[in-house]
Design a protein around this ligand. Structure first.
Ligand SMILES: Cc1cc2nc3c(=O)[nH]c(=O)nc-3n(C[C@H](O)[C@H](O)[C@H](O)COP(=O)(O)OP(=O)(O)OC[C@H]3O[C@@H](n4cnc5c(N)ncnc54)[C@H](O)[C@@H]3O)c2cc1C
Ligand code: FES
Length: 263
């Protein structure tokens, strides 16, 4: 059993859980995820490991309550135990010293990109962050991102106070001002596709992290399959990060709308 040692409500429907999982905490790398089930017989869902403390033996996950299992997880009390936490799963993010890198994320993607940002900075990169949400209160882990990035830009919804432009518009400005070597993005498909077409035109390597629907998370069921570079890949074992210029976004859109079946 995986005890919840700390629980923090970040916003209406976002909860952070610090969970005791010593083996995972000692092995997990930036970009990897766990497969979590709150109770016996419950659904298992993929969630990114946002933080890990190998000394304390804890991992942190941030849950956006959008459906049955995420709501159930978000409602769990401190000191309760999760039935199952399996991982670390997936390939770690590509972390190399490149020079200046841009990390663009919106919504839950901000929490997911935080460990990648930290690892990129540790590897010696200048990290420019662009994070977006509807309102300032919905900017997840903003203070941690401010600490982790060398420079940060905030994109809020047009109707929100403090609006400085949409994430993609800010991205265009950053591309002009900085000598960008690589881009990482975790955002809705439309945003990632737009970022990707801008970087393709400039020949800038770009990594996308894909939250496809997953069932077993171990390469057995095929529910997370996608076309990348003209071949079928399983996001859970070969991803979730891919070279965006090889991703078939039409196929991705179709797969993201697919129900959770093994077909
Ligand atoms: C590698 C990976 C890492 C992820 N990391 C996180 C994370 O750190 N925090 C987090 O909150 N979520 C994360 N997700 C998404 C999370 O797994 C889904 O939101 C969750 O499975 C939904 O389960 P549910 O039972 O609450 O929703 P359901 O009741 O199954 O579905 C509710 C609605 O959400 C849609 N939905 C289901 N799965 C997904 C999905 N993967 N992406 C988009 N929409 C979906 C359904 O089509 C439906 O409309 C990640 C997904 C992947 C693949
Ligand atoms: S989730 Fe089953 S193969 Fe990836």
């Amino acid at each position: 059993m995986f005890k919840i040692l700390n629980r923090q409500i970040l916003f209406n429907n976002w909860t952070r859980l610090d969970v005791r999982a010593p083996e995972i905490a000692s092995r997990v790398k930036a970009g990897q995820f766990v497969r979590v089930s709150p109770e016996e017989g419950g659904e298992h869902i993929p969630l990114t490991v946002v933080d890990a403390d190998a000394l304390k033996g804890t991992i942190s996950i941030i849950v956006h309550h959008i459906g049955v299992t995420t709501r159930q997880l978000g409602g769990m009390a401190i000191h309760a135990s999760l039935y199952s936490v399996l991982g670390p799963l997936g390939m770690p993010a590509s972390i190399e010293k490149k020079g200046t890198v841009v990390c663009l994320a919106t919504g839950i993607g901000i929490a997911q990109i935080l460990p990648v940002v930290r690892a990129l900075k540790k590897a010696g990169n200048k990290v420019v962050g662009i994070i977006g949400a509807k309102t300032k209160r919905e900017l997840l882990v903003e203070s941690q991102m401010r600490l982790a990035c060398n420079k940060i830009f905030i994109a809020l919804d047009e109707r929100s106070q403090g609006h400085q432009g949409l994430a993609v518009d800010i991205f265009k400005r950053v591309m002009k001002d900085e000598n960008v070597q690589r881009v990482y993005t975790i955002a809705p498909v439309d945003v990632m596709e737009e970022v990707c077409s801008l970087t393709r035109a400039r020949g800038i390597e770009t990594k996308v992290t894909l939250n496809t629907v997953m069932v077993d998370g171990t390469g057995m069921c095929g529910s997370c399959r996608l076309k990348v570079g003209g071949r079928t890949v399983f996001t859970c074992v070969e991803g979730p990060e891919f070279d965006s210029h090889s991703v078939d976004f039409r196929d991705l859109r179709m797969r993201m709308n697919a129900p959770r079946t093994t077909s």
